[in-house]
Write a protein that binds this ligand. Structure first.
Ligand code: AMP
Length: 395
């Protein structure tokens, strides 16, 4: 069964085409600058790469080029081979606790959630509509980034604010990166051949979040009402005192959105280091003795360790601590620094094993109290797996 995973942004469309018999990737690619001058795309398949400029005033043209190229490049013989399309949808609010097949009602519900993800959900809907037009008979699934976190109980998801904010305005913790954390929960269970596990999943990318997972279900997660909350990130602050916002509004004559933009786009590694949002640049700065880079990395590690410690207590221990995403998979230094700070909980890293990038590996020593793993995440594959399940259930 061939399935396409789609991640549509406001001016981009990322795809992966899978053969689900063996979960192999037949093709992957990115359409960029849709609706902007200079639109272009790249498709990778079978060791080859095609990169071209093309007119793409809307997502519809990107979808049409994608489908035509899949045939011209002989990646598939006919569009009939595509049996399902899975779409990443950033938020399903409280309505969706799992992935669903897309119909008009689902699209309306995703529209109703736009105020919870004003940049992302409209783009996701544009992607869905473009594929609905191009392939009206193919079943499509919505895979929500928030769904995995819907198992949190009210003590985890409610903020201690006026209850009416929740009842009237949907203010609560929704979390994000759910598809990645779900992938990690399944992957570690498969690796350890055990379902009833206490797992702390650290998705450390440009955005970052940590989840406490018990028996495969999310108990708590670090991102909140929006993805700005939780640990420090590339450009996002993570948790800060909300009084800072009106204070800076007065001091810098800004409105609330502008200060929020500072917290989203000019904070984190970028804000503290003053150099870059990329942890590779921060590591380079540290090697050159840059004090602000040293500070940024220490703060980053501190916020991660704080959440891990919190979730260790919440779960009543930890069977496996898992690192994933860009930094979690590639930065041995960050993993080492985090685990060093967890020594009092009995975590011990095998430094030789930790000298690795992007492959599933046990990183803990045999006498570590908890297992430590690197597991590369694969959100696109998770979306494709969810799509297969729904397509089969509704065949
Ligand atoms: P993601 O958002 O998961 O794609 O992660 C992107 C981030 O991963 C980048 O911003 C980098 O900070 C980080 N990253 C990628 N490769 C490395 C590396 N070799 N060492 C340190 N950080 C890395």
């Amino acid at each position: 069964m061939k399935i396409i995973s789609i991640n549509a942004g406001s001016s981009s469309l990322k795809f992966k085409l899978f053969e689900m018999k063996d979960e192999s990737v037949l093709a992957s690619g990115l359409f960029e600058r849709i609706g902007i001058e200079g639109s272009n795309y790249t498709i990778k398949y079978d060791g080859n790469k095609v990169s071209e400029q093309a007119e793409m005033p809307t997502h519809a043209e990107a979808v049409s080029i994608l489908l035509n190229r899949l045939i011209d490049l002989d990646i598939i013989k006919s569009l009939d081979e595509i049996e399902g399309i899975g779409h990443r949808v950033v938020t399903g609010g409280e309505k969706y606790k799992q992935s669903v097949l897309i119909d008009n009602k689902v699209i309306k519900d995703v529209e109703d959630c736009i105020e919870l993800a004003p940049l992302h959900n409209p783009a996701n809907i544009i992607g869905i509509n473009a594929f609905r037009k191009a392939l009206p008979n193919v079943k499509m699934a919505a895979v929500f980034d928030t769904a995995f976190h819907q198992t949190m109980d009210p003590v985890s998801y409610l903020y201690p604010v006026p209850y009416a904010w929740y009842e009237d305005h949907k203010v609560r913790k929704y979390g994000a990166h759910g598809t990645s954390h779900m992938y990690i929960a399944e992957a570690i269970a498969k690796e350890l051949k055990k379902d009833n596990l206490k797992v702390i999943s650290c998705h450390l990318g440009n955005g970052g979040s940590i989840s406490a997972i018990k028996d495969g279900k999310c108990v708590d997660t670090s991102m909140g009402f929006t993805p700005i909350a939780g640990i420090m990130m590339g450009t996002r602050s993570g948790d800060v005192d909300p009084s800072i916002i009106p204070y800076i509004m007065v001091k810098e004559t800004k409105n609330a959105s502008e200060v929020l933009e500072d917290l989203n786009k000019r904070s984190g590694f970028l804000g503290l280091s003053g150099i870059s949002s990329d942890s590779r640049d921060i590591e380079k700065g540290i090697s050159e003795g840059n004090e602000r880079c040293i500070l940024a990395q220490e703060k980053y590690v501190r916020t991660i360790v704080n959440y891990i410690a919190q979730y260790y207590v919440l779960l009543g221990g930890c069977d496996a601590l898992v690192f994933t995403a860009g930094i979690g998979e590639n930065s041995a230094e960050t993993r080492k620094r985090v685990v060093e700070k967890l020594a009092c909980l009995g975590f011990k890293m095998d430094l030789k094993a930790n000298d690795v990038r992007g492959e599933l590996r046990k990183l803990s020593t045999d006498d570590s109290k908890s297992l430590i793993y690197l597991i590369p995440t694969d959100e696109e594959l998770m979306i494709a797996r969810e799509t297969v399940t729904l397509v089969k259930q509704n065949a």
